[in-house]
Design a protein around this ligand. Sequence first.
Ligand SMILES: Cc1cc2nc3c(=O)[nH]c(=O)nc-3n(C[C@H](O)[C@H](O)[C@H](O)COP(=O)(O)OP(=O)(O)OC[C@H]3O[C@@H](n4cnc5c(N)ncnc54)[C@H](O)[C@@H]3O)c2cc1C
Length: 249
Amino acid sequence: MFYYEPTVTLLARPAFVEPQHLPVNWIGESTDGERLAEFAGRLCYMSQRNPASRTTRDYLENIKRQGHGSVLEHASYSVLLEGVSRSLTHELVRHRAGFAYSQLSQRYVDESQANFVVPPAIVGDEALEGAWRGQVEGAQRSYVTLVEQLMERYGWVTDKVHRRKMAREAARGVLPNSTETKIVVTANARAWRTMLELRSSEGAELEIRRVAIAILRLLQAEASAFFSDFEIYQAEDRREAGRIAFHKV
Ligand SMILES: Cc1cc2nc3c(=O)[nH]c(=O)nc-3n(C[C@H](O)[C@H](O)[C@H](O)COP(=O)(O)OP(=O)(O)OC[C@H]3O[C@@H](n4cnc5c(N)ncnc54)[C@H](O)[C@@H]3O)c2cc1C
């Protein structure tokens, strides 16, 4: 199977439990994640009374404008990414601060039926796509042969799980960067903002840029006050890109 688009699924969002002894005078619609951040910000100045009569959206807008982004760190969102390539996740995991990852293991999981992600720049050109498919399918055949041969070579290893792991970890060396993978990514809203700013920009690699735009849309729908200053636009290269008003809060 060949992937032409990623799948991004929200797995987890914050559940805010307001303490009865410190109620906030909330104004306007908001989600648990946004309230958690506002609660944390207001605690700093004990301003739960909300003297400026700000909506949660306005309050968080001001937090971003002032660069007090540390309160955004309380709200974490987890997403499941599927239909993304190993080259994408190699770039993604460079984002460290505030991020957690769990990725499909090529040592434990058999890749003889693995799927592949067509690089966005190749999509739509039949000749290029045909040549690319030939290469990745050939690599997969080599992988299958190598696993079989390595299982024979290490036949003396009695623990079959360990033997399979030895075979797969060596054979995966011939699999291409385009091999599909799955990864669970958790990050707080501040960390997501930094990653999305960098990876939705025109300078980012096309596949991770496409994923960043998809995650941005999902998080904007989920907790718009955290991501309202991002704008998605059509770039000169005819692909979507993102830009932000408040850089690295
Ligand atoms: C268009 C593009 C091209 C790239 N090309 C390459 C490339 O060719 N080769 C390559 O290796 N990488 C490349 N990268 C990855 C890049 O160098 C970063 O590793 C990646 O963007 C993660 O950024 P970060 O370190 O700011 O993120 P995070 O690790 O999430 O850190 C976020 C912020 O926290 C602070 N921080 C985190 N860790 C530390 C620390 N140890 N000390 C001090 N402050 C810290 C910094 O302010 C940092 O910006 C590229 C990235 C982009 C967007």
